[in-house]
Design a protein around this ligand. Structure first.
Ligand code: SAM
Length: 238
């Protein structure tokens, strides 16, 4: 999957996306994440990207002309790169069509709430995401009304300073649904909110030692009776 992030703060993404599973997924060409500095599309000597809201009020808004230049510029630039990208393993044959059309997401508290079902659907349906991270007071509504955004996604009913952390949350959750991203010891089949668990929360887990300061591992899990373990786990999902 290809992911292009449009942000004023590309450096914020260093760390969360360059460690552990996500770094391995990049190294294995399973995901390809690129960052695009909105400032490069800014206006004038100071590369202005925002302006005061009509009607007054605190905070600044990303300008429609700047953001649309960025979305269209990134789309064109990446379409060409994607032609090459398809040749590699990163875009599996059944997804090649999907890699030509970006799914453009604006991270916003006003968007639809991100759930595991939505994450699975994004990972399955799309081979190319363009993520727009807002800042300050947000963005000019015409960016959405004009059809340049396909979906607004919120990571929860609270307000963060910018769309960068929500974008990281979305990237992490979607990436681990891509076949091959998780190692054989990790699985998305039977975990909290998965279909296999009826979208409920997973049962608790234990490892060694058997006893720690008076706290014991449930006997049933240590006894190794498969059917009984299954029954215990079923009983402990919620
Ligand atoms: N004025 C906006 C409002 O009241 O809905 C809040 C703007 S917020 C301070 C700045 C940016 O952070 C937003 O444009 C959005 O990209 C991002 N953001 C903040 N909270 C978010 C959330 N819960 N989910 C997704 N994005 C969020």
């Amino acid at each position: 999957m290809r992911i292009d992030v449009i942000t004023l703060f590309p450096d914020m993404f260093k760390g969360p996306l360059t460690e552990s599973i996500l770094q391995r997924a990049s190294d294995d060409n399973l995901i390809d994440i690129k960052f695009h500095d909105l400032r490069e599309y800014g206006i004038g000597k100071y590369r202005q990207v925002d302006d005061k809201p009509y009607g007054g009020g605190a905070g600044m808004l990303f300008r429609v002309d700047v953001v649309i230049d960025a979305i269209e510029g990134v789309t064109e630039k990446c379409k060409m790169q994607n032609a090459e990208y398809k040749i590699q393993n990163t875009c599996l044959p059944d997804r090649q069509m999907k890699c030509n059309i970006p799914h453009r997401v604006y991270l916003s508290p006003r968007g639809k709430r991100l759930t595991q079902t939505r994450v699975e659907s994004i990972a399955k349906k799309h081979g190319w995401l363009i993520l727009l991270c807002g800042h300050y007071e947000g963005i000019d509504q015409r960016i959405i009304d004009g059809g340049w955004i396909d979906e607004e996604i919120s990571i929860g009913d609270y307000v963060l300073t910018g769309g960068e952390i929500p974008a990281m949350v979305l990237i992490d959750a979607v990436a681990r649904q891509i076949p091959g991203v998780l190692g054989k010891d990790e699985s998305v089949q039977e975990e909290s909110f998965s279909k296999a668990l009826d979208r409920k929360k997973e049962y608790p887990h234990y490892t060694r030692p058997d006893e720690f300061r008076g706290l014991n591992v449930p006997d049933v899990l240590r006894e190794g009776h498969h059917a009984k373990i299954e029954e215990w786990r079923k009983k402990n999902i919620k």
